[in-house]
Design a protein around this ligand. Structure first.
Ligand code: NAD
Length: 335
């Protein structure tokens, strides 16, 4: 695409979409529209030169405005959070279907050439994720379907919309199933944060207040893989420009499997501190184990997310530390 073709990104006040707008700007794209329902002062990143619109894209009329003139649409807006949010707010998660049905229809009517949808590893059959010693999930493992209640089922249905808009209407759609994304400029406090950010914050806090004690949800044996944000935005771009991946869900995740206890080890080593770990066994913890099988993405793109966790978590810790101390100093921060 020409560098001046209009790229629209929804959810751009949030973590991943905000970084995606910055990524396109850094690549030299000059016509960017960032959309989010949050007021601008709550966005993690407001990218200079991009048109930033505060609009709720669960309303069809707003979607029409959002995608006007778009060549490419990246729809990442969703009501979401970490396990605590997903398990306790299933209605809100399901209502993201309004965003996804309206956005894809508006993008189609606007003649968008490419439409990207951010799905999730939560779309996978939960019966396959009952042990921390997981066999990595491959794309075909979503069916027979038994997705995460609420959030995962919504993603699965929205994937199907993407598949059928291609099959019936010929719009090129692209679907990535993200596996736990982390990095700077993401939620780190307030209840929607995910494990890496939450655990960084807890260590920072425990060092700051001198308690050197932290709460861990579950027994710490749960395993996941975590993808650094730079890999995520690069992967979105590569997937959306691969003709062999039209309307085909593809894993976008790291395949470096680590347990929550190992995650805390990493954070402690960045902090240079050891914590007393208090395990909260009745807290939300999601499936026992999950990893990304990257055979398919490697076969199509000759690439996979590869930032080592030790590297990404150090950058994330530094960023959250700064947010924490800024907030303590009375400066405005976004959590
Ligand atoms: P995020 O919460 O930081 O960003 C989502 C943004 O969407 C928020 O800023 C929110 O205000 C906005 N939004 C919600 N409803 C909206 C609406 N009706 N209209 C306009 N904006 C709206 O989340 P994120 O981590 O950046 O996630 C982005 C996408 O990636 C989501 O679709 C999410 O489901 C998916 N995903 C994320 C992860 C992860 O690990 N972060 C994993 C799997 C899938």
């Amino acid at each position: 695409m020409n560098k001046d073709g209009l790229i629209v990104v929804t959810g751009a006040g949030g973590f991943i979409a905000g970084s995606l707008v910055r990524y396109f700007k850094d690549k030299g794209f000059t016509n960017l529209r960032a959309v989010d329902k949050k007021p601008l002062y709550e966005w993690y990143q407001v990218v200079e030169g991009a048109e930033s619109l505060c609009m709720d894209v669960s309303e069809y009329e707003n979607c029409v405005r959002a995608v006007e003139g778009a060549k490419e649409v990246y729809n990442l807006a969703a009501d979401m959070g970490g396990m605590g949010f997903i398990e306790n707010n299933r209605v809100d998660c399901l209502r993201s279907i309004l965003i996804n049905t309206h956005m894809i229809e508006a993008a189609y009517n606007a003649g968008a050439e490419r439409y990207f949808f951010s799905s999730s590893a939560c779309a996978y059959n939960t019966d396959l994720q009952k042990s921390p010693d997981v066999v990595a999930l491959k794309e075909s493992d979503a069916y027979p379907a038994m997705a995460e209640r609420g959030y995962g089922w919504e993603k699965l249905l929205s994937e199907m919309f993407c598949e059928e808009y291609w099959a019936e209407k010929g719009m090129k759609t692209f679907i990535a199933r993200f596996h736990n994304v982390y990095g700077p400029f993401g939620t780190w406090d307030g209840g929607r944060e995910k494990a890496p950010a939450a655990l960084c914050r807890k260590v920072i806090q425990a060092v700051d207040d001198g308690s050197k004690e932290m709460e861990i949800w579950g027994d710490g044996s749960q395993t996941r893989s975590y993808m650094y944000i730079d890999d995520c935005v690069k992967g979105i771009d590569m997937i959306t420009h691969c003709e062999e991946l039209i309307a085909t869900p593809v894993n976008l995740g790291s395949s470096e499997l680590i347990s929550v206890n190992e995650l805390v080890d990493h954070v402690e080593s960045v902090a240079g501190e050891k914590m007393k770990r208090n395990y909260k066994l009745d807290a939300p913890k999601g499936v026992a184990g999950r990893n990304s099988d990257n055979t398919f993405i490697k076969s199509k793109l000759d690439w996979e997310p590869s930032t080592p966790f030790s590297e990404g978590v150090a950058k994330t810790y530094t960023w959250i530390s700064k947010q924490y101390s800024d907030r303590k100093a009375g400066k405005r921060t976004v959590s």
